[in-house]
Design a protein around this ligand. Structure first.
Ligand SMILES: Cc1ncc(COP(=O)(O)O)c(C=O)c1O
Length: 394
């Protein structure tokens, strides 16, 4: 049975939204995007939302608006997608890696404080797999001067207590990339409560210009524009923005479906000593973007092969970023500097998780994982395997 890793939820009916944009003169950022921005601002209860053409470009626009200067340090978790660190390095800053908690796999105030220096300008905590970092606790640890930008690429629907993305940070950034819970193929958004930052973002999102296309040609008349600061080309065209409103409306219902599937995986794998899972936080709403499991590093790749052989797609989210060739060779990082991320990164693989994953297909995934584990680490090896995964707790 073929079980792809991911299936998006867009269908032929969504073409109508694109067709209506094609009937208008404006293909790039215009009224459709503005309406979606208002919808996002209302959804998160913030005054400002900006659509962008990716998380990455939204983050570059945000860091430019915050005047990140060469040499400034930004603390990011070692367990994340490379983009979280790359945006800092692209602007001449330095990505400083904090290890993550062995149970939640999230950056903590302690792990971030351990790598703080006098050059620390900002933090980019990542709500990994959809589970929220305690941003208020980071704020309490670092104070108001250090900027906090939430990486919400995995976490549109999540909450921690009464905190949702954007509540306690300077800005929160989403991804609408092809595999995300909400997608328009490529896209993203930045939300903020900060009026001053919002004003700068308007420019840094579009080359630093004082007016976008819709404003330059208002009411049939040409209006001059100025360049206010350096910016990137990060605006989202209306052609793609048109795909978002229906998904925002359906987000809560889709999350319920994801929750049922994730809970079934947790029930199946939770008691097996050969498998480690991300520990859910008690008072949190998990956005259930990905469902990773972690096994002993020596069998991880063979488990992936066994799943692939049975038609099951899986990915690795992620290997420890400081140990990837660019960061390891540029800065001489060592695995023992981020031991939790290193071990999780060597043992983790993500299983299929999307609202339309059928119960029968999920059963196939679960049974194949157990069959492969029984073949790869029979009971005699179980003690050794358990020790290896427990090293995450150091
Ligand atoms: C944690 C995280 N941050 C950032 C990104 C970058 O998002 P985008 O592809 O929209 O730039 C991703 C994308 O996969 C991600 O998973």
């Amino acid at each position: 049975m073929e079980v792809p890793f991911y299936k998006h939820q867009l269908r032929g009916g969504d073409a109508a939204a694109i067709a209506s944009v094609l009937e208008s003169p404006m293909l790039t950022s215009g009224n459709v995007g503005r309406a979606v921005e208002a919808e996002l601002a209302a959804y998160f209860g913030v005054p400002h939302a900006f659509l962008t053409n990716s998380w990455t470009n939204g983050a570059l626009a945000t860091l430019l608006a915050l005047d990140l200067a060469p040499g400034d340090e930004v603390i990011v978790p070692a367990m994340t997608f490379i983009a979280t660190a790359n945006v800092v390095e692209l602007l001449g800053g330095r990505a400083v890696f904090a290890d993550v908690d062995p149970d939640t796999l999230l950056m903590t105030p302690q792990s971030a404080a351990a790598v703080r220096t006098s050059k620390t300008r900002a933090l980019i905590p990542v709500h990994l797999y959809g589970q929220m970092v305690d941003v208020a606790a980071l704020r309490a640890e670092f104070g108001p001067k250090i900027k906090i930008i939430e990486d919400c690429a995995h976490c549109f629907e999540g909450a921690l207590g009464d905190h949702r993305p954007g509540t306690a940070s300077d800005a929160a950034i989403f991804s609408f990339y092809a595999t995300k819970n909400i997608t328009c193929g490529e896209g993203g958004a930045v939300i903020t409560n900060d009026d001053g930052l919002a004003e700068k973002l308007k420019a840094t999102r579009l080359h630093g210009m004082s007016a976008g296309a819709a404003d330059r040609f208002k009411a049939g008349a040409y209006n001059h524009w100025d360049m206010l600061r350096l910016g990137v080309k990060a605006n989202l065209p209306d052609l793609l923005a048109a795909l978002l409103p229906d998904q925002i409306k359906a987000a809560a219902a889709k999350l319920e479906q994801r929750e049922v599937l994730a809970t079934r995986y947790e029930d199946a794998f939770g008691d097996d000593p050969r498998i480690r899972l991300q520990r859910p936080i008690a008072n949190a709403t998990h956005a259930r973007h990905l469902f990773p499991i972690c096994v002993a590093p020596e069998i991880r790749d063979r488990l992936i092969q066994a799943l692939n052989a049975e038609g099951i797609g899986c990915t690795v989210n992620y290997r420890s970023v400081p140990m990837l060739s660019y960061y390891a060779t540029t800065y001489g990082h060592r695995p023992d500097q981020h031991p939790v991320s290193e071990l999780w990164g060597q043992g983790t693989l993500s299983l299929p998780l999307y609202p339309t994953l059928a119960s029968k297909a999920q059963t196939h995934v679960i049974e194949t994982v157990f069959q492969a584990l029984d073949a790869l680490c029979p009971k005699a090896a179980e003690g050794r395997t358990r020790d290896t995964t427990q090293q995450l707790r150091i």
